[in-house]
Design a protein around this ligand. Structure first.
Ligand SMILES: *[C@@H]1O[C@H](CO)[C@@H](O)[C@H](O)[C@H]1NC(C)=O
Ligand SMILES: *[C@@H]1O[C@H](CO)[C@@H](O)[C@H](O)[C@H]1NC(C)=O
Ligand SMILES: *[C@@H]1O[C@H](CO)[C@@H](O)[C@H](O)[C@H]1NC(C)=O
Length: 290
């Protein structure tokens, strides 16, 4: 059996709370990247949280939004990956494109090149009278594809944002097309976090026998939106191998091709599917890298 992960991959997740001042967020990211590389000089990939360049607020998406790739956040991430010779999954931030605003995640290789872009495909709308109203679709537009990209010399990664983790078809498609991991920059709150965060991450890992990474902002009780925190890495057996608390923290994990192999050898679901009973969603799901 060959593994979709070609060699060991060292990842770091940066969990921190975004400041309302964009430039302070850049300074924060830079200092955390420096710290992570001091602690683990052999890091291959750094992952940022959802909405890392601004507070998580529907009202602010427009103000903090930028064009990709010309905007300052994309340029900052590109320079950062080039300077440190490191791959970066740039969390997410609002993107202006034509007259639309998307919630977008960008990926950079060690030369600072933009190699993939995912626009959040499932927008979060909820309206419980007298309780909570959160209508992303009032201000955001939805992406129109699953995102799968090649991380040079390691293999393929599937990318989603937050709410996308609740829709198994995206992960399933990416995994069947060869992903070794699913990565979700995410910002659950303090209700849905305790109920669903770990279970969703573990479910996607177990369904697909891949690594799953969820990277959250730290909890900021002075901010309007209280993120759950608890960034984590789940292995292909569904085990949480590392998990943050609620404060600022850097998590590290080494993904191992043998763990994927042994999971798939032990529980060989891949060769036992019954596409004569149900459909293979990966055949019809729209997929791309930009
Ligand atoms: C596991 O995957 C690696 C990487 O593809 C491969 O070289 C190795 O032969 C596999 N090991 C087993 C036991 O199948
Ligand atoms: C992206 O969408 C999520 C909803 O899942 C929201 O929490 C977040 O603030 C949005 N981020 C940006 C940068 O637009
Ligand atoms: C978190 O979001 C859920 C789902 O929308 C909602 O029911 C809940 O009230 C929210 N919790 C907090 C503390 O805002």
């Amino acid at each position: 059996m060959s593994s979709p992960l070609l060699k060991r991959l060292n990842v770091a997740l940066l969990q921190f709370a975004a400041s309302p001042i964009k430039n302070e967020n850049f300074i924060k990211v830079e200092s955390l990247v420096t710290k992570a590389l001091q602690n683990k000089p052999n890091l291959d990939l750094i992952i940022l949280p959802e909405c890392f360049n601004s507070p998580y607020s529907i009202k602010l998406f427009k103000k903090y939004g930028e064009q990709i790739p010309s905007g300052e956040t994309t340029q900052f991430l590109s320079q950062l990956s080039l300077k440190n010779k490191i791959n970066i999954i740039g969390g997410s931030y609002p993107e202006h494109h034509e007259d639309k605003i998307y919630n977008t995640s960008t990926v950079f290789n060690t030369q600072g090149e933009l190699i993939a872009k995912h626009r959040k495909a499932h927008l979060f709308n909820i309206d419980i009278p007298n309780k909570i109203t959160f209508q992303e679709s009032r201000v955001l537009d939805a992406g129109n594809k699953a995102t799968l990209f090649e991380l040079p010399s390691f293999g393929k990664i599937g990318l989603g944002i937050c709410y996308d983790v609740r829709f198994p078809e995206l992960s399933m498609t990416c995994a069947r097309k060869g992903a070794f991991a699913m990565v979700f920059p995410s910002a659950f709150n303090t209700t849905t976090g305790p109920l669903h965060w770990e279970t969703l991450a573990r479910s996607r890992a177990i369904d697909n026998q891949v690594y799953v990474v969820m990277c959250s902002p730290a909890r900021d009780l002075n901010a309007k939106y209280h993120a759950y925190g608890h960034s984590l890495v789940v292995d292909p057996m569904g085990k949480i191998v590392v998990e943050a608390g609620t404060e600022e923290e850097i998590l590290y994990w080494e993904m191992d091709p043998e763990v994927i192999n042994s999971t798939r050898q032990g529980i060989p679901i891949d060769g036992q599917r019954r596409f004569d009973i149900y459909q293979d969603v990966s055949e019809t799901t729209k997929i791309g890298d930009v």
